[in-house]
Design a binder for this molecule. Structure first.
Ligand code: PLP
Length: 388
């Protein structure tokens, strides 16, 4: 059976070109970048070249990029790093109620350490209202963290406006850009952000490597203590092959991004239109226009998301009910609940995220198979029977 992978927001396969450039750093070019002999300097050179590529993609300076073990660590470093470094100024943080768990759980940890956190509401599309950000700022606020685009419903937030508000109030602004970097244009100066999280495995790079952009002058303390790597902002020997792979993935994304975004947005619209036409009692989650080019998220009444995912898997189609991290839990998505969906609607949600190897033919196959699965599940559904 040919498999159809539609969970690119959870992770992406690595480009063969990326694997190719990584391989020498496991074997002949294995040196520690801290070494002053040639092996070390070769590895250091490769790390610095990758840093330059990542910086160039987001309009940053090389020295403003700190490599991490992924998006989660970047979020943790941004939030804890700024919160603890600026404690004497204040203990208030503003975030949204639809952030990834890497931000939400870090905020909860900070609350247990005496910080106060405002979780801003969102509208029915998942949009944060910039005026709510403005109203929430107090003289104790040190950090605002709002994601650039949501990983479950694909809504793109009004970050430029939030950036203006943050600058005026002289409050640091962090954004989790894990779902946007390499997919849509991201420029730290246009957005007006001071910190920005990225992850390589969402853009056809390796897992276990990411980066945090930290604007020059931002007051931040590291939470990894040890050696002096990454200009003393993140101790530990650099993941040289991972970083090199990240750099290559970024380079390829830069070349292909605008064409690929157009292609995916077209396929996305085909899929959304087809699903809404072919399955009754279905609604699109997230904003219809301010949306990631590859994200489709629907709620289908009278069926469980998990049942759809398992039945799609039997047909060789990989999909998800929400974010990768919450898909093993049966709790309804905090994102959908924050957008005002009922528990039933949230439980009946399905996320299909497209990518590099998605074809029009695959979309047609899904549009053929999914309505049949829904009809079968509904025929057995106690949810539908109790509604009749
Ligand atoms: N932030 C967002 C928006 C994500 O989608 C993810 C991954 O699902 C992360 C953070 C975590 O990234 P990583 O898996 O690299 O730790």
């Amino acid at each position: 059976m040919r498999r159809i992978y539609l969970d690119y927001a959870a992770t992406t396969p690595i480009y063969p070109e990326v694997v190719k450039v990584m391989l020498p750093y496991f074997t002949e070019a294995f040196g520690n970048p801290s070494g002053i002999y040639s092996y070390g300097q070769e590895a250091k050179g490769a790390v610095e070249e990758a840093r330059g590529k990542v910086a160039a993609l987001i309009g940053a300076r090389d020295e403003e990029i700190v490599f991490t073990s992924g998006g989660t660590e970047a979020d943790n470093l941004a939030l804890k790093g700024v919160a603890f470094a600026n404690e004497t100024k204040g203990n208030h943080i503003i975030t949204s109620s639809i952030e990834h768990h890497a931000v939400i759980e870090t905020c909860k940890f900070l609350e247990r350490r005496g910080f106060s956190v405002t979780y801003l509401p969102v509208d029915a599309y998942g949009l944060v209202d910039p005026s709510d950000v403005k109203k929430a700022i107090t003289n104790k606020t040190t950090l605002i963290s709002v994601m650039q685009a949501n990983n479950e419903v694909g809504t793109i937030e009004p970050l430029t406006e939030i950036g203006r508000i943050a600058r005026e109030a002289e409050v640091y602004l962090h954004t989790d850009a894990v779902q946007t970097v390499g997919h849509i244009p991201v420029d730290v100066n246009e957005l007006g952000v001071d910190l920005l999280s990225m992850s390589a495995h969402k853009l056809y790079g390796p897992k276990g490597v990411g980066a945090l952009y930290i604007r020059k002058g931002t007051k931040l303390i590291p939470f990894m203590h040890g050696g002096e790597q990454e200009r003393k902002r993140r101790a530990s020997t650099e993941n040289v092959s991972g970083v090199v792979g990240f750099g290559k993935a970024v380079e390829l994304a830069r070349q292909e991004m605008s064409q690929e975004a157009k292609r995916l947005a077209y396929l996305r619209e085909q899929l959304i239109k087809g699903l809404l036409e072919r399955i009754d009692h279905t609604r699109l989650n997230g904003h219809p226009l301010k949306r990631l080019p590859n994200n489709v998220n629907v709620s289908i009444d009278y069926v469980e998301g998990e049942s759809m995912v398992l039945n799609l898997d039997l047909e060789g189609i990989c999909a998800s009910t929400g974010s990768a991290c919450s898909s093993s839990s049966l709790e309804p998505s905090h994102v959908l609940l924050a957008m005002g969906l009922s528990h039933e609607q949230a439980h009946g949600s399905l996320r299909l995220t497209l990518g590099k190897w998605t074809t029009e033919e695959e979309i047609e196959q899904v549009l053929d198979i999914l309505p049949r699965i829904v009809a079968k599940l509904r025929a057995m559904s106690p949810l539908l029977k109790s509604h009749r």
